[in-house]
Write a new protein. Structure first.
Length: 169
């Protein structure tokens, strides 16, 4: 009975029904198998099933694969598109690189929320099997214009001091 309930949720969800995923349940532990296009869809399967009453654990045997050949350059490009499309992300501070479907995000973000949004955006790209964050959250005020002006003036003063010393450029 519980297996039918899980299968009905998978078959009835607009995001998962097209994949023909299969479910089995033994002692409250659901096992879902099949193939989806993105890591985000794989995670969505786990969330859908884990919310059901009577399910104590979910073994997510769903694989991420695309219909055709997709290169690491294709994956990197799609991740960049997903980052650029998300209004919560300043994508100019983030770079992505894919190695065999494992995406590495690097750069600086303004907040933990922006970091989470970047991770979620990367999982929506086709061909992504895993996302590893090397993102740094900037310190408050790190890019404050007062600080930049102070740095600029400090550097200008150093340059003038160097002009007064022969042989120092």
């Amino acid at each position: 009975m519980l297996r039918k309930k899980v299968q009905a949720v998978l078959d009835g969800n607009v995001h998962t029904r097209e994949y023909g995923l299969k479910a089995d349940v033994v002692d409250g532990k659901a096992r879902v198998t099949g193939v989806v296009d993105t890591l985000a869809e794989r995670e969505q399967v786990r969330q859908l099933v884990s919310r059901l009453n009577g399910i104590r654990a979910v073994e997510n045997g769903v694989a991420v694969s695309t219909d055709g050949a997709i290169t690491d350059d294709d994956v990197t490009f799609e991740v960049a598109e997903e980052l650029a499309a998300d209004p919560e992300i300043n994508h100019r501070g983030i770079s992505a690189k894919s190695v065999k479907g494992v995406v590495y995000l690097q750069g600086t973000v303004d907040s933990e929320e922006e970091q989470e949004a970047a991770l979620a955006a990367a999982t929506r790209a086709r061909g992504v099997k895993e996302v590893i964050s090397r993102l740094k959250v900037s310190r408050p005020g790190a890019y404050d214009t007062d600080n930049l002006e102070e740095i600029f003036h400090h550097q200008v003063n150093n340059d003038y001091e160097d002009e007064d010393r022969p042989g120092v450029y």
